[in-house]
Each structure stands twice: as C-alpha cells, then as structure tokens.
Design a protein around this ligand. Sequence first.
Ligand code: FUC
Length: 768
Amino acid sequence: MHIMMRVTAAAMVLAVAFPSMAADVHRIMARVPAADDIKGWEKQSYPIGNGWFGVNVFGGVADERMQVTENTFHTKGRRYGCNLTNALDIRMRFLGDGHVATNATGYVRSLELETGLSRVSYGVGGVEYTREAFASYLDRVMAVRLVASKKGALSFDLVADTPFLRPFKDGKDAARGRAARVTAHDSEIEVVQHLQYYGIKFYGLLKVVSDGTVAAKGSSLEVRGATEAVVFFSCGTNYRLCPEIFVVGKKRFSMTPDVDKPDAEVAAKVRATVEKAAAKGYAEAKKTHLADFSGMMNRVVLDIPGAEKDADAESRALILALRKKKVPSAYLEETFFQYGRYLLVSSSRPGTLPANLQGVWSGYDEAPWGSGYWHNINVQMNYWPAFITNLAECFEPYAEFNEAFRPITRSLVAGYLERYKLGEMPSAQESPDIWCIGTAVYPYEVCGGPGVHSGPGTGGLTTKLFADWWDYTRDETALRRFIWPVIHGMSDFLCRCVKDVDGKCLSAFSASPEQHDWRMKPKRYYHTVGCAFDQQMIWENNNDLLRLAAVLGTNDAVVAKVKSQIDRYDPVQIGESGQIKEYREEKKYGEIGERHHRHISHLVGLYPGTLINANHPDWMKAAKVALDFRGDKSTGWALAHRMNCRARLGDGDHALKLLRVMLAERTYDNLWDAHPPYQIDGNFGATSAVAEMLLQSQAGFVDLLPALPKDWSSHGSFKGLCARGRLVVDCEWKDGKPVSVTIRGPKGARPDVRFAGAKFDAFNYIEQ
Ligand code: FUC
C-alpha cells in the first residue's frame, strides 16, 4: 500500500481549532478478562488500532492474548470471495506460582478513548502487575509495556501463533492455503506468512526490550526476572493499492507455499519501523502516539448532564442496568458517541485501507460478509461521522480506495447499459471517468455492478460522502483530485440509467436495496422503475454535480445533460397513507415492500441526503409517517439509520429512545455494535446521529440543538462539531436553549444561524 501522510489543509485548520481544550476521559471497562474464544473476541475484547493493523486485547491473567488483524490480509472465503482473516495471535504466558485469574485481586482492564490506551492491572501474591498498550499511527507500531511492582517479579513466554494454516490446494478448496514460519532469535520473533490467495506475503516482527533476561527458545522468547518489559510489534504485506490489483470475477492464486524468504521490501520496512520505535523507547513512542491520537479525539468534547456519575462503572453493568431496569446512563451515551470517533481514528487513517465492515478487526478464519466494503449502506455509514465530528482526514482512505477501484468498473458500466438497453457504452475519450458501484468490494475484487437487490442509486449514496467532504471542509485539493471526478463520473453513469416516462426521468432498472415484494412466493427481490431510493440518490448526486460545476466554472456535456434532467427526477412522492412512497406504484403504505424492512431506503433523501429538509414541511411530515410505519424494531445499523432520520426530523426524544434501544439490545460488553453479528457500521451511525441531534446544516443554515432530547436538555455543551461551510461550532445550553455559542469559520462568512426555527444572532464568530 502506498503511504501518503497527507493531511488536508482543511483538516489541519480544524485540528488546531482547540489547542488547549480540556479532554473528558471516557473508558470502556471490565473487572474480568475477555473469554479466550471467538465470542469473547467479538463481545468482550478491546480493540486498538492504527489503520494498518488492529489488535484485540483480551487481558488474560495467566495468558494474555493480543489478536492481530492486518487489513490487507485477505484469504479466500468459502461463502464470500475475499475474506479478512486473523493474521496472528500474540500471547504472553506468565510464569510464577499462582499467576492465574482465580488468584488475581483488584483485576481491571480498560480502554481509554481519548488516549487510545488499553490497560490491564491486577495483583498476584502481593505484586501489582500492569500492562499498557497502544497502536501508534505515526510510528506504525504497537507498543506494550508490562511492569511488576516488585523487582524481578515479571517472567513470561512471548509466543506468536499463526492460526488457520492449510495446505495449498487446487480443486474444491483452492486458494484457501496458508503457510507460516515463526522463528525467534535474540530478543525478536519473526513471522513470515504466505497466502495462496493472490500470493500475499506477510511479515511481522516482535521485539522485546527488558531489564530482565530475554532468550529465544524454539520459536518463542523467554523473558525472565524482569521488572519491566516492552514489546514492540509491527507488520505489513506486499499488497499495494492500485487499479491493477482489482479484478472482476477472476481470481489470482499461487500454488507453491514459500515462507523461507519474506518479501524483502516489506521485511526491511517492518524491521526499520520496529527498530526505530525500540530505539526511541516506550515513553517517547507514547508521547508521539498521544499527540496524534488525543489531538484528533479532543477536537470534539460532548458533555451531557449526569455523565460523571458512572465514570467508574463496568460497561457491562451500565448496559445491563439499561436492559433490565431501564436505567439509562449519560456516561454510557457519551462514551458510545466518542467510541464511534475512537473506532474511526483507529481504523481509517491516510495511507491505510478504509474501515471495512468490522473496521480493522477480524478474529475469524472467515469473517462475516468477508469483512468487505459493502456499499448498500454499510461502508457509507462508516463515514457518516467523519465530517460532522471533525475527523475529515479519516475519509481519505476511502477516497483513495474508491479512486483505485473506479477504473475497473467500466466493464460493469458496459454490462449494465447493455443488460437494461440503455444505449451504447461511451468511449474512454467521451467518458473518461464514468463508473458504477454495486454492493461488495474487497481490497482485491469488485464483485459486480448495480442490479439484483439494489438499483444504481447506490452510486449516489456513495458520492454523498464526497459532496459532504467538500461542504464541510471546502478543501479545494480534495475537490479537484477526488470529489469532482467521482461525482462527475457517477453523473455520467446515472444520466444514462434513466428513461423518459411521461416526461419524468426514471431509473429504468430500479430496486430499493434488499427489499422484497411480500406478495411474491417464493420470496424474491422486487424490481421496478424509478423507486424512491434510486430517484433520490440520482437527484442528490446530480444536484451536487451542478453545485460543484458552479464552483469550478465547468459546463461540459455531462453538466448540460444533468441540467436537462434535474427537474424531472420526481424523487419524493407522497402516498395515500401520507407516507413517502418507496415505490411509484405503491398507494397505501406496505402494499408492496416488507412493512418493517431494516433498510429505509426511501428516506435516504432525509439522511444522509439533503433533499428532504425543513424547506419542505410536507415532505418532512410524510417522512415521519413513513418512518413511523416502518417501526423501531430493527438490527444494529438499521437502528442507527432510523436515529439519524429522527434527528433530521427534529425529534430528539425519539432519536434518544432508539439510541437506548441500541445500547440495551444491540451492544456488546466492549460496546461494539451487534447487527448481530458485530458490524462496526452501527457504531459509526450512532455517533453521527448524536452529532445530528446537536447540530445540523443541510438546509442552508446552521441549526443549533435541532433535536436536543428532554433528558439532555437541563444543561450541557459540545465543542468542535462541524457544520457545512468549514464551520466549527461550540455550544453550551441551559434549559434546552443555547446560552453560549462560538463559531469558527472562514473570513467574511458569518453564517445564518437558527435555533428552534428562529434566527439566532447571539454567537461569537471567529474568523480563521
Ligand atoms: C447489507 C445489509 C445486511 C448486512 C450486510 C453486510 O446487505 O442489508 O443487513 O448488514 O449488508
């Protein structure tokens, strides 16, 4: 993967907005270790990460397990083509009489969100043992510091386990082969792995620095009689993100396992990284990590009333109190909000792959849905909090990934146009950037174009993130390199997807993602013309194109075509039940699609789109009707989408009710979202929803506290949330009303601010 440490100019501006902001600290905490199995991994272990790799810390007493996921280490799955698999289990097996969980006193493990520090501490036989770990983005290492309170009382074996090894085979189980070689010498363990799939080579290096003795025995290290030991770790593969890596339908296999020699370039890079960090030492490496990690986390502070109360409670206890006794915790709510930001900072940084369906964490042989980039809402939801919660640079990995896979989708565009008789495939000269998107994309594969269960609107759902990137940051470099080409190329495609029906431009093939017609037996996806999802998303993309064309002063053939169509998409239709219709042919709600389907694709114009907003009260009313009919019972990410929509409708109480349902019923002890199984999208969607409850800007003005729930209204504040127009907003409220507001933004651009529908002028505007 090419390394590009580019932080956009706008992100820098946002980053320095609050240099001296005091950080609240939020911890996820447990008084028992995570169970050492896949359920313990999913529900209890704590994730740290630096975008390149993620580590799940189990916090065992006799045996600490740190499970490593490298985000390019995909093998072939039986169910899904590509499959992110557990790369490595680092284990620390502690020696000493009675060094077992049953003898441990005062055991506690925690994950501190503002610092990205994982901690474990307990006492055994009168000695206090502590472990602290972090994954540094800038130094590209994990560092773990182990300390005993008594001199020489720390002894352990350091082991690197490579799971799921399989012979390289042809035929039925082809391409699932995996070979590994683990060797130890002096104070290091080297891990070389080779995957049959794509011939991916992995190199990992562990290095121990200790005041005790360190010696190699077999493939592990023996650390003896230490008071302190630091383990540095890094890894990488020969994966390089570029258009050539992607295939459609073809797979590349290697037939001969080769672990005798690592990939020389990767090994040299990893070795240099680990040696540099070891030379720097733990304290300095931690300083570098904190400046980076806390610098990003502390851009946003949320303070809701009553949060201090539960700061020392176990996360599981707070979830159970809500589930069983209906006692909410403001601390849990704040923590869950910040956790979405934590997970994004830990899994998606410039130069890395984007956050996948499980972020950068996979303890599986075969991850659910292969840990892919699922485009019928999941990967988009991953980035919903990026701009509003002041983490714009975390979106860059997706932008680079998307840029790399776009060219190969030309063949899918051609297939689509032919299948639905939508005209000739344009030449490369005529349409240099035309592209399309279906659902699944992996680091090595684009699995197909629109069709089957989702219409071409998926393209608009994807490009909305790019339009937001521009709107929130006004980053002109990003506009020219990423935002304009992606929206322009999508417009070129979408304009060809519509046909004229009674003067309207309707998506000729159309499907509301994953929705079925319940009347059909056997059950199958419902295909139609011009459903709300496709029409709304075509409108969003093409309306964004026109806005950006005006910024860039461009008026080419695609822009002209969009201008001729834009008023004829008819994206919002109201039915006989007063609902926004999912299908043009629907009269009353629920006539066609499943009434309580998890996807609410006919409301994408409300969120993440901007079409359905306060300037159209009739549409807002109909959106509420549609949402009420769909109901509140759903899976993790689907609750999060509903929450964002409730916030956009100005109903903070309903949004908070959904947040509490999610926390009570769809959240594991480690606060990962349960679709189920674990999917990170719900975490991200919940974070954006909380931000949307406090600040919105989609209707041409800054709306303060647009959906503040009663339970949070007595007093509170937020700092550092972003609004469109490169604005950064701080707001303190009392009795539901803003009492102190500061907005930072561009010179001469004092924004139109409103509260509860009325003009709000009492804010301090700082130009920067
Ligand atoms: C979409 C959703 C599913 C699941 C999958 C990864 O297909 O409809 O519920 O989240 O993505």
